[in-house]
Design a protein around this ligand. Sequence first.
Ligand SMILES: Cc1cc2nc3c(=O)[nH]c(=O)nc-3n(C[C@H](O)[C@H](O)[C@H](O)COP(=O)(O)OP(=O)(O)OC[C@H]3O[C@@H](n4cnc5c(N)ncnc54)[C@H](O)[C@@H]3O)c2cc1C
Length: 469
Amino acid sequence: MRAVIIGGGIAGLSAAYALNNRARQAGLPLRITLIERQDRLGGVIQTEQLDGFVVEGGPDSFVSTKPWAVELCQELGIAERVQGANAQRRVYVLRKGQLIAIPKGLTMMVPTHAGEIVRSPLISPIGKLRLGLELVVPRRRDTGDESVRSFVSRRLGEEAYERLIEPLMSGIYGGDGDRLSLQATMPIWHEWEQRYGSLTRAAWANRAPSNGSGSIFLTLMDGLGELVQALVKAMEGVEVRRNVAVAEILSGPSGFTLTTDDGETFSAQVVILAAPAYAAARMLSLTDPELAQELSAIEYSSSATVSLAFRREDVKHPLDGHGYLIPRHEHRAALACTWTSEKFPHRAPKGSALLRVFFGQGQGPSTWGEDEDKLRMAARDELDATLGLRAEPLFARVFHWPQALPQYTLGHLQRVGAIDRRLVTHPGLLLAGAAYDGVGIPDCIHSGQRAAEAAMNQFGRTGLSLRLE
Ligand SMILES: Cc1cc2nc3c(=O)[nH]c(=O)nc-3n(C[C@H](O)[C@H](O)[C@H](O)COP(=O)(O)OP(=O)(O)OC[C@H]3O[C@@H](n4cnc5c(N)ncnc54)[C@H](O)[C@@H]3O)c2cc1C
């Protein structure tokens, strides 16, 4: 009996780890193979230790509000390595070249403190009036999908969208709010509108009690790579094949046959496909063209991060927060800048500063391809323009992420529904990863765990399990 997991990102690793544990508990003699195209595991999670700095190339933290990442750290025995972001939680937004603090008291991004909004120079007096009118904007009768921009502009006004919500959303999706699906990215807003008739009223009713010091953004002492290492270490018995790319999956009466780019074949009763949706589409194009078409309709955006280290004395700006977000209408090349050594002080040696500039869709990577020098220069231009920082960095490390972030565009839930219906016709073929039910690390972990559970059920159904619980 064999299960193959394709993709060694956090979703594939979580699936392999969970399936291995469940099979052992159930006494199921299962051979598990994880196949990864690259020579390293972790997918977009990539941490480097450089001269005493912890540099995150991809994700830099996970949220505590979704339990799966925290629970996994506990299970792996690394809970004491988890670090919260610096509780001084100010985040700024760039407005006409100036940094303006985001008003305090946002609940699911919706402002709840009238006083904070009234005092904030981020929104104009007319924009504030429009925000207040949200309380009386009628609920939309058509409950079909709507773009994030259309929804937020309709309820909170165009200004609140452009100056507050759009920069916050692009920090997560790096995408275009005109095309992102409300129901797939922020279903809670849709629910709030239908239930309370107003986001503001809903946000008041659901305001999280202040927990004092804790931040919802968590990481590990040596970066997120530590989670990847702990998972790999705990997957005892799982065969890991790196530098192997699956080209094709064919389904037959006794399971699946996988062929790699090099012509090697693997047979398995269960396949957990945790590669990006477009890669999954290619692998399945002969087996199920309809499924492949639905998978390839899930769009991806490219992004890049540039981490720059400085002597602290060279940075005149106080760096009194987690960093800043850049609205698109500011027409800058970058989307955000994280003051990493302020957000997570353990990531930089004393007396130094680590800053990270984030580039996203429609800006840096798509126009400059993989030109590292141009990205490095664009990052330095951004720091110069906003922080007046011209000093020579100690180092500047570029990470390029082509087609790495799925975009839940309009109709995403229907697409995932259609994919699920096709999957029913291929028992033993399971999908996991960021493409479907959530892009954040906790969601991806959860998707891997659910796939592992479904794999165990599949072995049970086919009578292969000896004594399933
Ligand atoms: C720049 C960036 C910043 C982010 N920041 C955050 C953050 O701060 N917090 C957060 O929670 N989330 C963040 N995210 C999102 C989150 O990190 C990702 O959604 C998540 O890590 C994706 O995991 P995954 O396993 O689904 O996919 P991936 O990490 O993409 O892994 C898929 C794997 O499949 C492999 N593969 C592809 N094709 C094949 C093939 N043919 N054969 C074998 N293997 C194959 C790939 O090489 C890859 O390793 C960020 C994402 C990016 C890109």
